[in-house]
Design a protein around this ligand. Structure first.
Ligand SMILES: CC(C)(COP(=O)(O)OP(=O)(O)OC[C@H]1O[C@@H](n2cnc3c(N)ncnc32)[C@H](O)[C@@H]1OP(=O)(O)O)[C@@H](O)C(=O)NCCC(=O)NCCS
Length: 182
């Protein structure tokens, strides 16, 4: 399933090998990688090649849907957002390159990807997790209507240690309930 999604300011499309040049400097930033579970640091070209192979396979199997977040105004790839199966539930994940933080792009992209998972993939609920020292991500999830479910310890590949994280959940009926700015 080759899905392309759209929001007011963004195009969301499957990531491609040719995105490497734009993506490497963004995800290569430790401040981005340290807040993700699976991003290696330093991030090499081969990591992107392997990621594209994995993500293409998961999309074909229906176990994961990753999207490049592309700004409509100038077609710049700014980051990624997606869902993938984890313990039988689709888990939301996202990251943006540092130059693009603070403009509501993560919330706008993630809101559309949540709608895709809840209403097009017909998931009853979604999970998400954020490292306790990354409150901006917790805020994104809160704006989307996610509620806290607990705490956990998860490995951060870039940090090389397990980090305390907060787990959250969004039930389909709660999508769009929170009246907050995007
Ligand atoms: C976390 C991240 C995705 C946020 O992207 P973004 O586009 O800046 O997010 P948004 O602008 O949509 O929303 C960020 C919210 O967090 C708030 N915020 C920012 N820094 C914060 C902080 N230190 N403490 C609390 N809230 C904070 C912002 O004010 C905003 O909330 P508001 O709209 O109520 O003002 C981005 O910083 C990022 O990619 N970081 C590295 C990777 C990462 O953390 N991915 C998530 C893994 S779970």
């Amino acid at each position: 399933m080759c899905v392309k999604l759209e929001t007011a300011r963004l195009k969301l499309r499957p990531p491609e090998l040719k995105d490497m040049q734009a993506v490497l400097p963004l995800i290569g930033d430790y401040d981005v990688a340290k807040n993700l579970a699976n991003a290696p640091h330093p991030y090499e070209a081969q990591h992107w090649v392997d990621f594209i192979a994995r993500t293409t396979e998961s999309r074909a199997r229906g176990t994961g849907f990753a999207f490049m977040i592309v700004r409509k105004s100038d077609c710049v790839p700014m980051g990624m957002c997606g869902v993938r199966l984890n313990d039988g539930m689709f888990e939301l994940g996202y990251w943006l390159g540092k130059p693009y933080w603070g403009e509501g792009f993560a919330t706008e992209a993630a809101r559309r990807v949540c709608a895709f998972a809840l209403f097009e993939l017909k998931c009853d609920r979604l999970s998400a997790a954020w490292f306790a020292d990354n409150p901006a991500s917790g805020r994104v999830l809160e704006k989307l209507g996610f509620v806290a479910t607990g705490t956990d310890l998860r490995e951060s590949k870039a940090r090389g240690v397990a980090v305390e994280c907060r787990t959250m959940r969004l039930d389909r009926e709660n999508y769009g309930r929170r009246k907050v700015a995007a």
